[in-house]
Structure formats: C-alpha cells, structure tokens
Design a protein around this ligand. Structure first.
Ligand SMILES: Cc1ncc(COP(=O)(O)O)c(C=O)c1O
Length: 433
C-alpha cells in the first residue's frame, strides 16, 4: 500500500521543494521536520489538554517562545500553533475582538453593541481578512481597505483619515492590520507609524507576518519591519520561512490573558488539574481547536537543528538570491524588472519591439498570463503572478534552502525562451482582432 501511495504521489505531485519552484509562498520541508511529523503521529499526543500531552504541551510553549524571540516579540507573550497563516490571523483577531469590543460580546453577540465595529487593512492584505470578517460576525463591509503607495505599503495618513471619518460617523473602529511582507510583492507597511496611530486611538494593532515576520530577526532588518515588536498580536507561518512541513502557523499575542478571555470555556467533562500557582497550559482554552495534533514538534526540531543563526542565514540567503534575480532580470533585453521586496521579485516579458509602447499594455498582460501557464506546464521553473498597479506581472518568491545561484541565473533565459514562443503564437491573433 505504501509503495502504491508513494508512486501515486511521486508521479503526480507539484514538487514545491524543487530548487526552481518559485511560486506563491510555498517552502520545502526541512527533513528533520518530516521525521518530526512521523514521531508526533506515532506518539499521537492530544495537545488540547496538558494532562493528555505533558511534554508536547511544554514543547509547544517553548516553540512559541523561540518564535517570538527570533522575530523580536516579547518572550512573555502567549501563543499557539495553528494550521497556517489564515487561522493564526483569525485567532489573533478573535482576541482583539473580545479585548476591544468587550467580554459581553461572547454572550450577547454583536447585536448587543451600540456601534458597528470596523477594521482597517491595506489594499494588499491577503484574503484571510474576508473570511475573518465573516467569521468574526462583523461582515466584509466592515473591512476598510486603506490605499497603498507605489511600493504597496499602507499610506498611514489615509489610515488616520479613515479612522477619524468612521468615528465621526459613530462607528466603532477596533483593529488595524499591518503587513510584514504582503503576499503579492513582499511589501512591509510602515509598522511603527501604524503602531503610533493605534496607541493614539486605543485600537488593537495586529501584524500579518505570515511570510515576512522571521526576516525581522535579521540584524539589518529595516525599522519598518522591526516595528512588529510594537504589535498586540502577530501571525507567523513556520511553514513558510521557517521550513516546517505543512501545516504550521503560529499566533502570538502580547498579553496571554487576551487569548483566554476570547477562547476559554470550562465544561464539566474536562477536569484538568494543575498547580494553581503555576497552572498548566490547556491549549483548548487558547484557540479554536479542541483536540490538537503535535504541530510544534516539527517546528521545534527545525529550530534546534539550525539554531537562530542558521534560521537567519537561510532567510538572508533567500533575500540575496532575490536581489540577484532582480539584477539578472534587469540586464535581460526582453525582461522588465518591476519590484524586489524581501525575497519576492516581480517582472514581465516585453518583446523588444514593444518596449516603451503604452498602447500595448493589454497585450502584455495577456502575453505574460499565457507565459505563466506555459512555463508551469513545461515545468522547468514554477512561477506565480502578481497584479501590480493594474498590470499582470510574473512573480518569483524564494523561500527555499535548496535554491542556489545557478537556479536563479537560469530564470531569465527560461522565461525569455517561453516568452518568444508564446509571443510568436499570440501576436498575429492579437493584431488581427
Ligand atoms: C501575508 C500572508 N498572510 C496570510 C497567508 C495565508 O497563509 P496560509 O496559506 O498559511 O493560511 C499568506 C499566504 O501566502 C500570506 O502570504
């Protein structure tokens, strides 16, 4: 059966561990994490209650602390592992909702509020916010998408204005989400400025660092990224830039009591004892899940394997490779480099005779869309896409400890070769319509 399953998977999978896989923000699995998953499944600890998983619960607690320390967030924070970025962000938002809209909300629901709650995100915030707004009960119309600048960063002045307007209209702002690495281009919002606005207005400041938060631990990280240390809560994805096998997200909350206030219920059928002076963590009281797998083990092993210095080096290497890719693309006569932030590069193929011709933008969108599909099908490299300022761009995101300089150097010629072929096929059709 295992041979059968292995050949089905080996013959029909998209190998995101391949050194030339640059799509989305999908990383290879650290081998020690793969073995960690096997060990975790064999022990099968239920990390919902400490009594059911004493060592696993303690390892999760230590993993959360290590992640916080790595990114520069207080080690005294509370937190837990979740399935990924979506769930980690949603869990943090629940803590924000109870903390800022009041504990009565849990009993009476939103209808008991005298003002409608609103939240602020940037135009570039990932789609988890839509699901979250639905789940939190505030609805997607309560999400204010604040405009971004040319680099995809939230415009702080526009945020300030939007909050002032909503307060004047009698609404109840309670949460601002800053990005530490947007999904499309890796943009980092001006986190210290957003933190200051949140302090002024008494709003909860959450950072979506699912992708970029680990880069805040680099010694040369920009001040905007390091500003995540001022957040009330942060989502970080160990299954992205910390190379844990899927699934592993992590929700961090500055004040651990806010997680308990949002999630703790104590039914009579759970009689978990502990020292009242040093109560054990029963993770079912800290998040949405009841029975929980031992996700932390693969993350804990991965961090112990490479250490803080190793984790930082792998992140710095990816950023250097992305910079190198940007330079290589800039030099190619038929490619146009657009952005490089963290380890994300965007660019597009432009035939030499169409350079500088604004009239051809619609054709270039169509052409690059077709190049993306063709290159994915041919399988020499795997890119994804970003739409930036209305234009369809090719996107490479390097979160891969297997990617080497030669892999990055190969990208421009592969894209140009596919681009030449697709342009030859599409152009006559486009010109005849
Ligand atoms: C910034 C950001 N937030 C949230 C998510 C969602 O994370 P996940 O796919 O782990 O749920 C992603 C995924 O790429 C992301 O880039």
């Amino acid at each position: 059966l295992l041979d059968d399953a292995a050949s089905l998977l080996f013959d029909h999978s998209t190998f995101n561990g391949h050194p030339r896989f640059f799509g989305y923000i999908t990383a290879p699995a650290a081998p020690i994490g793969v073995l960690g998953d096997l060990l975790a499944s064999a022990v099968n600890a239920n990390v919902g209650g400490w009594a059911l998983s004493p060592m696993a619960s303690e390892i999760e607690r230590q993993t959360v602390r290590w992640i916080a320390e790595l990114i520069g967030f207080p080690a005294s924070c509370g937190g837990l592992l979740a399935s990924g970025g979506n769930m980690a962000n949603i869990v943090c938002g629940f803590a924000a909702r109870t903390a800022r809209l009041g504990p009565d909300l849990r009993e009476n629901g939103l209808r008991a509020l005298s003002a409608s709650p609103v939240v602020y995100v940037s135009e570039e915030t990932h789609t988890w916010i839509d699901k979250a707004a639905d789940l939190w009960g505030i609805g997607t119309r309560a999400v204010r998408r604040i405009p971004t600048d040319a680099e995809g960063r939230m415009v702080a002045a526009a945020l300030r204005k939007a909050i002032t307007r909503d307060l004047a209209e009698g609404l109840a702002p309670f949460l601002v989400v800053g990005n530490a690495g947007t999904v499309s281009t890796g943009a980092v919002d001006p986190l210290p400025e957003i933190a200051a606005i949140c302090r002024e207005r008494g709003l909860w400041f959450h950072v979506d660092g699912a992708y970029g938060a680990p880069a805040a631990g680099l010694p040369n990280a920009p001040a905007d990224l390091k500003g995540l240390s001022e957040a009330d809560s942060i989502a970080v994805d160990p299954h992205k830039w910390l190379y844990a096998p899927l699934e592993a997200g992590c929700a961090l909350v500055r004040d651990p009591e806010t997680l308990l206030a949002a999630f703790s219920y104590r039914p009579s059928y759970y009689r978990f004892e502990g020292d009242p002076e040093d109560p054990p963590i029963n993770y079912f009281e800290w998040g949405l899940q009841n029975s929980r797998g031992f996700r932390a083990l693969k993350v804990w092993l991965g961090l112990r394997h490479v250490g803080r210095a190793g984790a930082r080096r792998m992140i710095a290497d990816d950023i250097d490779l992305a910079s190198e890719l940007y330079r290589q693309v800039e030099r190619h006569p038929r490619l146009e480099a657009r952005t490089r932030q963290l380890s994300v590069v965007t660019f597009r193929y432009v035939p030499e005779d169409l350079r500088g011709s604004d009239a051809q933008e619609a054709y270039l969108d169509e052409l690059n869309d077709a190049i993306l599909s063709r290159s994915q099908r041919e399988g020499e490299i795997f890119l994804s896409n970003a739409v930036v300022n209305g234009r369809f761009l090719l996107r490479a995101c390097i979160v891969n400890f297997r990617t080497a300089r030669a892999d990055v150097e190969a990208v421009p010629d592969i894209v140009a070769k596919v681009g030449d072929a697709v342009d030859r096929e599409l152009r006559p059709r486009a010109e005849s319509t």
